[in-house]
Design a protein around this ligand. Structure first.
Ligand code: ADP
Ligand code: ADP
Ligand code: ZN
Length: 214
């Protein structure tokens, strides 16, 4: 299983990724998570990425591609992987194809989670994330059992600074400009499946599993 999750910010990629990687026992590669970890640890990469993330802009392609290429060469990716939030530009997709060609493998399916703008803003602005394990919650749709405490690890749950409403709107614009063209790109390759992401989490999960032929 070599999968890509495509969709605008707040569509539910991370939420669905957690289900998919558990079911298929493959690593979850989220470029957003990698950047947030580096920001938290104060690495050079983190410092570089933060400037773009805070503005709701994309980190430059060459930076992201190099990170993903290294990650895909690790042993746990041999039997498959799930890419979440990458590729995000046509240049990234073309580079991914080159990297996979060299490894003699290919993407099996690109799962496109489709959600309209007003729903995206509601989802992203209510999103809360565990500082410790990265688990994702929502103040209305998936609240923590105890206030601001992660159900899974007991860590502190916080709001991402880029989930402020103004930055979310900017990120949606960037998605439309830079990422949406990938729908055509993968449609032309015959690997795209589009899922109605406006259903509840369980229905979205079921539709994805059945689109994967399971
Ligand atoms: P993405 O990774 O695409 O940015 P997330 O998985 O982090 O999106 O989801 C964004 C927010 O919306 C989170 O707070 C999550 O709990 C919530 N969410 C995800 N899927 C659904 C859904 N199907 N219905 C309602 N809320 C959802
Ligand atoms: P969401 O799914 O809610 O948009 P992510 O966690 O995937 O959020 O990404 C957060 C931020 O990290 C993006 O706004 C961008 O600045 C940066 N980022 C993540 N993945 C990429 C990528 N593939 N290319 C460029 N920037 C990225
Ligand atoms: Zn946690």
């Amino acid at each position: 299983m070599r999968l890509v999750l495509l969709g605008p910010p707040g569509a539910g990629k991370g939420t669905q990724a957690a289900y998919i990687v558990e079911k298929f026992n493959i690593p979850h590669i989220s470029t957003g998570d990698i950047f947030r970890k580096n920001v938290k640890e104060g690495t050079e990469l983190g410092k570089k990425a933060k400037a773009y993330m805070d503005k709701g802009e994309l980190v430059p392609d060459e930076v992201v591609v190099a990170i993903v290429e290294d990650r895909l060469k690790e042993d746990d990716c041999k039997e498959g992987f799930l890419l979440d939030g990458f590729p995000r530009t046509v240049t990234q997709a073309e580079n991914l194809d080159i990297v996979l060609d060299k490894m003699n493998v290919a993407i099996n399916k690109v799962i496109n989670i489709n959600v309209n703008k007003d729903v995206l803003v509601e989802r992203a602005s209510g999103r809360r994330v565990c500082r410790n394990c990265g688990a994702t919650y929502h103040i209305v749709f998936k609240p923590t059992k105890a206030e601001n405490i992660c159900d899974i690890c007991g860590g502190e749950v916080y709001q991402r600074s880029d989930d402020a409403e103004a930055t979310v709107s900017k990120r949606i614009e960037v998605y439309i400009q830079e990422t949406q063209p990938l729908i055509k790109y993968y449609e032309n390759k015959g690997s795209l499946v589009t899922i109605n992401g406006e259903q509840d989490m369980d229905h979205v999960r079921k539709d994805i599993i059945s689109a994967l032929g399971e």
